[in-house]
Design a binder for this molecule. Structure first.
Ligand code: SF4
Length: 336
């Protein structure tokens, strides 16, 4: 189902004369890990170690393990390289899905039949199918826009759960977005960030989904957490230990803003933001997570206390305008 680029991997290992190699996979690709590791060991003289720690993005590279095992190469599957990352010992295999996107795109187009100008985006697994999708939409008479990469992305039309630059820079020109993705999170972020109607085209299920209900539910849930946070006095500001999530400067800024409002705050560094790691801080009433924004949006229900993203915390403290959060949330706030 995915292009794991085995020939490219074997060639790279031989060219680099790599002897010890670390493999890193997101959950969805781990089903291939055993066979891949065995195959690489058979076809090269390299020894393989597979990382089983959680891995949700290229923000989370196993660099410590790379050093610990004195490995020659980290092969990171399932995500695209992050811009300006200077690490010669990493090979990114993006694992493009080998499925046609056309059936899902046609269903998405039917849900946007009144919109003519369409913004097209894709998660990395389907980015190689943007041309197929664009052609299918243009055959229906749609005008298709694909936004440029910026920030944390490197490809036109690429969207991450924490980077919607390719959506934002065309949002004014289009009437609706189609996001090609297996899950809803990327599309949810696009609609929250732009306020534009967004349809997920899911090539694995061959279906299209409107996100209106999910967006409304998410906004209501976040509104409640933002309100609860405003009543908390003792706050933990989380600094991620993951390579490209770490942002101490932002964490220190948030801590200062919290203290400026007469509340107390401490910095807490953490690799995995889980209830198990946070629940024992019993006299901390709420957290701000300066790492992955997905945790607050998707996993809040697993935590007993509010976990806010930095933008939400600044809004709750009254030091940032609602516009900073997202156009959809701004609309909701105005209607309350
Ligand atoms: S959404 Fe989270 S896991 Fe995905 S790239 Fe951004 S920080 Fe990493």
């Amino acid at each position: 189902m995915y292009d794991l680029e085995e020939e490219k991997v074997i060639k790279a290992i031989k060219e680099r004369k790599a002897k010890r190699i670390l493999l890193q996979f997101p959950d969805g690709l781990r089903i291939y890990a055993f066979e891949l590791a065995r195959k690489i060991e058979e076809l090269t003289s390299a020894k393989i170690i597979i990382s089983a720690d959680p891995c949700y993005g290229a923000c989370d590279l196993a660099l410590e393990e790379l050093k610990l095992f004195n490995s020659d190469l980290l092969i990171h599957y399932g995500h695209a390289k992050i811009p300006k990352l200077n690490e010669e010992k990493i090979l990114f295999i993006e694992a493009h899905a080998k499925v046609s996107v056309k059936p899902a795109i046609l269903k998405a187009a039917e849900m946007l039949k009144h919109e003519e100008k369409i913004g097209l985006l894709a998660a990395i697994q389907h980015l190689n199918s943007l041309t197929e999708a664009r052609n299918a939409l243009e055959d229906l008479g749609k005008k298709v826009y694909i936004g440029d990469a910026n920030g944390k992305t490197i490809y036109k039309g690429q969207v991450l759960g924490c980077d919607f630059a390719a959506a934002k820079n065309i949002a004014d020109k289009i009437e609706g977005f189609i996001v090609i993705s297996g899950g809803n999170f990327h599309g949810l972020g696009v609609q929250l960030a732009t306020g534009k109607k967004t349809i997920v085209a899911d090539p694995f299920l061959n279906e299209a989904r409107s996100l209106n209900n999910l967006v409304e539910l998410t906004i209501k849930k976040r509104w409640i957490q933002i309100f609860k946070f405003s009543e908390c006095k003792n706050i933990g500001v989380l600094v991620s230990l993951k390579t490209n999530q770490l942002n101490l400067e932002l964490a220190e800024k948030i801590k200062k803003e919290i203290e400026n409002k007469g509340k107390k705050a401490v910095l807490i560094c953490v690799r995995e933001v889980t209830p198990e790691n946070l629940d024992s801080f019993i006299n901390i009433e709420a957290f701000v997570n300066t790492g992955c924004p997905r945790i607050a949006i998707e996993d809040q229900s697993r935590f007993k206390k509010p976990i806010l993203n930095p933008e939400e915390a600044l809004i709750s403290l009254g030091v940032a305008p609602w516009e900073n959060y997202g156009k959809t949330l701004l609309k909701l706030k105005e209607s309350i």
